[in-house]
Design a protein. Structure first.
Length: 252
C-alpha cells in the first residue's frame, strides 16, 4: 500500500493542467457521477472535496445545496477552482495530512485523487479523522491493469511506457479494513480518434507524472507511427481502459 511519490512534482504536473483540465476530464465526470450515486444524502451537508482539481464536483455539490470546502495539493488547481467560484471555502493541502484539527464534515469526497497518495491507508485514515459521526467517505481510485492499452502499444518502442503502477483491489480493500469499507469495481473504456488525442487526454488532466521517473524522452514521428500500429482499437477508436474502484465508508 506504500509507494514513493514526489508530491511537489505531482502538484506541478497538475498545476500545468489547471486551465485545460475540464476540457479533457470526461473520465473524471463519468466516474464522479457514479460515485455520487453512493451518497446517503445529496444536500444540506458540509462537504470536503479532497483533490478538487478545478472544482467541477465542488460546484456540483454546492449547487445541490451543500457547504463545500475545496482542497487540493496544487495551488494552481485551487486558484482555478476559486476563479470559477466553485466552493464556499478553499484550502491548500495534502490528503495524507489534512489541515483540519477536528471532525467537521458530513461528507468527505475524493474523486480520482487518492491514487496519487504515497500511503492509501493514511489517506483514508485522515479522511475518517475529519468526518463527523454518521457521515460518509466516498472515494474513487484506479486499480492495476488500468491503461493496459497504452502499456501494450509501448512494448515495441525503445522507450519505457509512461504508466504508473496502481494498487490491486485487494490492497485497496486492506487499506480500509478497519474502517467499514465497501468497494465496488467498474471498467470504463474511452475511445479516441488517434494516438495523439489519447495521449493529450492524459496530459490535459495532468496525469503525466511518473512515480518511477521520466519515461525516456520525447516521441518522434516514427514512435507515433509505431504506437498507431500497435495500439488496441475498435469502432470507438484508440482505446484507454480504466479499472475503477469506488469506496464507501460509513463513519461511526
Amino acid at each position: 500500500m506504500m509507494q514513493a511519490v514526489n508530491k511537489q512534482a505531482i502538484a506541478q504536473a497538475f498545476g500545468r493542467a489547471a486551465q485545460s483540465y475540464n476540457q479533457y476530464a470526461e473520465l473524471q465526470r463519468l466516474c464522479g457521477e457514479t460515485l455520487a450515486g453512493y451518497a446517503s444524502r445529496q444536500q444540506g451537508q458540509r462537504v470536503l472535496d479532497a483533490g478538487c482539481g478545478p472544482g467541477w464536483f465542488s460546484q456540483r455539490w454546492r449547487s445541490a445545496g451543500n457547504h463545500v470546502t475545496a482542497l487540493d495539493l496544487s495551488a494552481e488547481m485551487l486558484s482555478q477552482a476559486r476563479a470559477s467560484d466553485t466552493a464556499d471555502r478553499y484550502q491548500h493541502g495534502d490528503i495524507e495530512g489534512l489541515p483540519f484539527t477536528e471532525p467537521q464534515f458530513d461528507l468527505c469526497w475524493s474523486n480520482l485523487a487518492v491514487q496519487w497518495c504515497s500511503d492509501l491507508r493514511l489517506a483514508l485514515t485522515e479522511l475518517y479523522r475529519v468526518t463527523l459521526p454518521g457521515g460518509q467517505i466516498l472515494f474513487s481510485t484506479l486499480s492495476d491493469g488500468s491503461l493496459h492499452e497504452l502499456a501494450e502499444a509501448w512494448k515495441p518502442l525503445d522507450l519505457s511506457a509512461p504508466v504508473n503502477r496502481f494498487l490491486p483491489p485487494e490492497a485497496i480493500r486492506q487499506a480500509g479494513e478497519n474502517l467499514l469499507l465497501t468497494l465496488t469495481q467498474q471498467t470504463l473504456t474511452l475511445g479516441f480518434p488517434d494516438v495523439l488525442s489519447a495521449l493529450r487526454s492524459l496530459k490535459g488532466i495532468g496525469a503525466t507524472h511518473l512515480h518511477q521517473g521520466r519515461s525516456g524522452g520525447l516521441l518522434s514521428r516514427r514512435h507515433l507511427h509505431q504506437l498507431a500500429q500497435c495500439w488496441p482499437q475498435d469502432q470507438r477508436g484508440y482505446l484507454l481502459s480504466y479499472h475503477l474502484v469506488y469506496g464507501v465508508i460509513h463513519c461511526e
